[in-house]
Design a binder for this molecule. Sequence first.
Ligand SMILES: Cc1ncc(COP(=O)(O)O)c(C=O)c1O
Length: 484
Amino acid sequence: MLDRPLVTAPPLEAPLRRGQAKPNLLTVEDAKALDPQSMADLFKDHINPGQFHFMKLLGFHKVKVESAEGMFYIDQNGRKILDFFGGFGSLAFGHNHPRIIEARQRFQDEKRHEIAIAFLSQYASALAKNLAAVSPGSLDMVFLGSSGSEAMEAAIKVAERASGRRNCKIVHAENSFHGKTKGVLSLTDSPLYQGEFKLVGNTYKVPFGDLEALTNAVQSDPDIGVVVLETVQGGGGIIGAPTSYWQGVRALCDKHKVLWVADEVQCGYGRTGRFYAFEHHGVVPDVTALAKSLGAGKAAVGAMIARREVYMKAYGTPKTAMIHAQATFGGIGEACVTAIEGLNVLYDEDLIGNAEAVGAYLLERLEAIHQKYPTIIKDVRGQGLMVGLEFQDFSRTLPLALRPMVAILDDKLKGSLSGFIGALLLRDYDVLVAFTEYNRNVIRLEPPLICGEEHVDQFCDALDDLLSRGIVSIVKDFVKSQMG
Ligand SMILES: Cc1ncc(COP(=O)(O)O)c(C=O)c1O
């Protein structure tokens, strides 16, 4: 509990008040002034005490971000932390891009309207037009929401209805991540997230990138009407598939009149060096979804984009139009304006080209580090600024003397060099990286698309220096930090 006195505005005099008394509420200024200990207490008391435990293991709980600009967070001590995590791909423009801030500021100054349910919204209409313009083929019908899960829910619903199957089954991939809301949770391949919830039962799982398995599934069951795949698996540890696979998926779906939904929530929006990752393979899906960087790091925006023919089949008549029309915050004004400006900045600043060029430099530098430390790094992979760094699983190779030390750590980190490396990169080198849900040996690198070679050098020099300490010293150092 927070026990220090709060800076609050004086309450309205009791005789003047007609409704309930104001509870003890924090103000915005109170929130800004919270110190790390109070933040930790409130997080544990009101948000997620279990999650706090993991944040503490990684040392994240000591950081209070006071501001953020470009490639950096700035903490309470003025420390600049290089952001190679990028909010799992949510920060294409880095933090607080001036053009995005200006567009939002102007919108507020002009007292524009936000909710887009009663009247037509010029902002939602323009954003939908822009999304159609950046999408290939006839992907031009847009549903706007406020998260990746919501966009993916819309994607599977439109595809299921348009598939024409009464008992439509949906294929998804092993190690997939499509969100945690109840519909898409059924397609997210994780016992952890699926918990013991009752999920929708019409799903069918195949290995990712295995065309034969997908073909067998589709051929063996005519009820299969939809195939849902991330073009690059993010939560699975940055796993792609070759062009032959994607062309095979397209041909198979065409042959069997199955609809292909490409989840581009994490890998889309220019991250891999094309606006959509599927554009590397010369194919176009029937439905796709974007979120994360679509909100330009300042707003929550998700979008489902469907081929017009698919959309019209599902919701094309006045009778069916409202089955999945926008929710309360779908197409909200300031979020749309933010996304419109973001798309313009993305092309004006050639950030997709930058992602391709700087991503190639990042891979080149990481490959050299891989060659230098082959017993520590197992693999370096990815495309553009969506890169995975996989460490050797050292749970069996760790020197015997260190095993009791590591055994005292939580299960989540046992044998996971990526957790140790990530924690020490932050503590000793001011660099933030991200972890993957399904493979604890992989670090995900998804820096903002404004990333320059100098930032790659800062990150790679830090990693090289850390790895040069050797595995024993890294493990001892990390374990010691947990004792203190
Ligand atoms: C590929 C993919 N799909 C869907 C989602 C869900 O997005 P959100 O967390 O915005 O609901 C994510 C989130 O990480 C994702 O990576």
